[in-house]
Design a protein around this ligand. Structure first.
Ligand code: HEM
Length: 531
């Protein structure tokens, strides 16, 4: 038929069609195939329930600032929607009550982790608590971790937190030469967070921000945060790439061995000291070594548990302190209000202590507001479902990755009026700690979602809350915070693809009164064996 038509049309048109039709048809076929490849599948269960709505195409990855499309889609598709990344479905939760219904009430089904190729399979090899599926191994590792992070244990760290927050203020005072030079606060915030974590994991600390251990641990942290964004790596979603020698695969494998090398070496030295009969302070490494046999822990298990604790605890806590310092210069009225509270309750002769917390509601409110405005993890750490589930008429297939859309939850205008403004006043009257707040039956009343939700909720939240309160209270008591003239501190863009920290910036810290110097330099740096 087509030959007949070709024969009967003019030779010019016929030749043109012959010349041009082959690429044209090929292009149509290619577009068709591409569409088949990228259009999202519309799955339904046996009862005909569809998966939650969402964008019509699949994505290979979303690299920078994925919270921005996530937020737009929440407005377009509603409180629960789904997104396809390659062959994997992600269910995105944008509503507080739904987060509670799914991740807390139905936590038995929504507490696993998906096997991300880069983070879970290659770097952590399913270990480190955070990458472990919801199973008996996770229960065991988390139980052991909680020996060091339950409320009683955390109370016993009060002295250590008191000391490290003191050293943080001292380091900032000294490196800024009493307010005369502008400084980059990041290495000091990093060392503070690293020292609290090293005290917890190895009973040790570092003495300068340029200590090789500080630099190596911070490098590992940054590499981890750059490599483990929940939607960053195409290799996570396009399986064929996992077999190719890509740079991402190479970096992930290298990081795996770096974590084992640095934390394994520290574990070995702790063991050697224990074997030699030294008085090793109580810490996670000692606990793991002591219970290795009874709990049947492999050496790799132990390295990744201490590694994940240290990486998780350092980057997030130091990031929050950096965001706090970055926020202060453009919020002089917040500083003034905090100073008024501190001066009236604490005075200038002494400085804030841990047990002043209930008397300093505005400082507590600042901690919560920094965590709301600048949560380190806008997409939480994704959970994963173990079984098919139907929620409000939507089908959530087994092995769906569940994203807690912290960015959307924290920018809900009804819950947080004028949500784009840094306003600690919104938390005045909220007397609950982050841990207590997360347990409230009414999810809409929870302070914020920075620590995640459900059975995988951050086990270090009580520790982090205590550290942040005292660090922020003491920094506010000691300094006023100013921008370097002509150098605006960027609050919109950030570093990191999973944990967020501000771009490097400098700040001027002016001591508030004569007593600052006397108090901050009173404590000397103590060398505790770096294992
Ligand atoms: C401001 C500081 C911190 C923030 C914002 C933070 C945030 C988070 C988030 C969002 C999760 C995932 C929760 C979920 O899956 O729903 C998490 C998990 C975790 N965090 Fe934190 N964290 C902080 C500090 C710490 C500290 C100080 C430690 C250790 C002492 C720690 C250890 C862990 C561990 C081990 C997990 C994995 C839990 C699991 O998968 O069962 N974090 N954290």
């Amino acid at each position: 038929m087509s030959e007949l038509i070709l024969h009967n049309i003019g030779p010019f048109i016929r030749d043109s069609l012959l010349i041009y039709s082959t690429p044209f048809v090929a292009a149509i076929v290619a577009i068709g195939l591409l569409w088949l490849l990228i259009q999202r599948p519309n799955l339904v269960d046996k009862e005909g329930n569809p998966t939650p709505p969402g964008p019509p195409i699949r994505f290979p990855f979303l690299r920078r600032y994925p919270e921005r499309p996530l937020f737009r889609w929440a407005k377009q598709y509603g409180p629960i929607y789904s997104v396809w990344m390659g062959t994997q479905i992600f269910v995105v939760i944008n509503d507080a009550q739904m987060a509670r219904d799914l991740l807390v009430t139905n936590g038995a089904n929504f507490s696993s982790r998906w096997s991300y190729f880069v983070k879970n399979q290659t770097i952590l090899n399913g270990g480190g608590i955070t990458a472990t599926r919801y199973n008996d191994t996770w229960r065991k590792h988390r139980r052991i971790g909680m020996w060091l992070l339950n409320s009683k244990a955390v109370r016993s760290y009060a002295e250590m937190i008191d000391y490290e927050t003191h050293i943080l203020a001292r380091a900032l005072y000294e490196s800024s030469k009493g307010g005369q030079v502008a400084i980059d606060p990041a290495p000091h915030a990093g060392r503070f967070a690293l020292n609290t974590m090293l005290s917890l994991t190895f009973g040790s600390r570092t003495v300068t921000a340029s200590d090789p251990l500080v630099l190596e641990a911070l490098r590992i942290n940054i590499e981890f945060m750059r490599l483990t964004g929940p939607w960053t790596n195409m290799i996570d979603f396009v399986k064929i790439l996992q077999w190719l020698p890509t740079t991402t695969r190479y970096r992930a494998r290298k990081l795996h061995f770096d974590v084992i090398a640095i934390y394994g070496a520290m574990m070995l030295r702790t063991k050697a000291r224990m074997d030699a009969g030294d008085d090793v302070p109580d810490c996670l490494a000692k606990t793991l070594i002591e219970c290795q046999e009874t709990e049947q822990l492999s050496w790799e298990d132990m390295c990744f548990i201490v590694g994940a604790f240290t990486i998780g605890g350092v980057h997030s806590t130091s990031g929050v302190i950096e965001w706090f310092i970055a926020l202060m210069p453009s919020n002089p009225s917040v500083q003034a209000k905090a100073h008024k509270e501190l001066d009236s309750i604490v005075g200038t002769l002494g400085w804030p202590k841990a047990d002043d917390e209930t008397k300093l509601p505005y400082i507590r409110a600042i901690v919560k507001e920094v965590l709301r405005m600048h949560s380190p993890f806008w997409m939480g750490t994704p959970h994963c479902s173990d079984e098919d589930f139907v929620y409000k008429g939507y089908y959530i297939p087994k092995n769906s990755v569940m994203i807690l859309n912290v960015y959307a939850l924290h920018h809900n205008e009804e819950r947080y009026p004028d949500c784009w403004t840094f306003n600690p006043d919104r938390y005045l009257g909220d007397t609950l700690s982050a841990t207590e707040s997360a347990k409230q039956p009414n999810a809409l009343e929870r302070d914020h979602w920075a620590f995640g939700a459900g059975r995988r909720i951050c086990p270090g939240m009580e520790m982090a809350d205590n550290e942040l309160f005292l660090a922020l209270a003491r920094l506010l008591w000691s300094f006023t915070f100013h921008e370097v003239p002509g150098e605006t501190i960027c609050l919109d863009e950030y570093e990191g693809l999973s944990g967020r920290t501000p771009f490097p910036f400098k700040v001027v810290l002016k001591p508030r009164h004569e007593n600052v110097r006397d108090i901050v330099i009173e404590k000397k740096e103590v060398v505790k064996h770096v294992v």
